[in-house]
Write a protein that binds this ligand. Structure first.
Ligand code: COA
Length: 155
């Protein structure tokens, strides 16, 4: 059974492990993950985890930025990829942020990250800009992808 739920502090070790196994995910220091569970983060951040048969298989982290939401990170355990779990996280994120009435959602992705780009494009994101040499190691452009909801009011 697949379940998506909000992350809690007890998920920290699993989030770190999944991120370490996902080289193309944003690599944050442990303190940044810890900060997700501090009181000041509760208003502005949404961290979801996806479980399959009670095993944590992936996570998505987003934050509210002015009138938009940004997807900061998404990662699925390598052995659990391509089974629809990333899509489940993304759909839950879209559904939950809809309640907050954000007008759009954006994110940055390495140009070469075909898996992530195709996931986002499949769910309606499109290219809205490019940041020249935004990523290092290896140096690469970042693409800004966006999905807008013209009918929504502001956050
Ligand atoms: C990107 C990522 C989260 C996708 O998760 P996932 O659970 O494998 O995605 P899904 O199974 O829901 O796939 C949905 C769609 O995305 C696309 N997709 C996913 N993986 C793909 C791949 N390796 N190659 C091409 N398209 C891919 C496909 O269109 C797929 O639909 P389909 O299976 O019907 O063809 C996963 O590959 C991952 O964790 N990557 C490493 C971390 C990362 O790069 N994060 C993005 C940072 S911006």
């Amino acid at each position: 059974m697949i379940r998506v739920r909000q992350a809690v502090a007890g998920d920290l070790e699993e989030l770190l492990r999944i991120a370490r196994l996902s080289a193309t995910a944003a690599q944050w220091p442990e303190e940044q993950y810890q900060a997700l569970f501090s009181e000041s983060s509760y208003q502005s951040r949404l961290c979801l985890v996806v479980e399959q048969d009670t095993r944590t298989c992936g996570f998505l982290i987003g934050r509210a930025v002015a009138e938009e939401w940004e997807i900061e990170n998404i990662a699925i355990l390598p052995e659990a990829r391509r089974r629809g779990l990333g899509s489940r996280l993304l759909n839950e994120f879209l559904a939950r942020t809809e309640n907050d009435a954000g007008a759009s959602i954006f994110l940055e992705v390495r140009e070469s990250n075909q898996a992530a780009r195709q996931l986002y494009e499949k769910w309606g994101f499109s290219e809205a800009g490019r940041r020249k040499n935004y990523y290092q190691g290896p140096q690469e452009d970042g693409l800004i992808l966006k999905i807008s909801f013209p009918g929504r009011s502001r956050i």
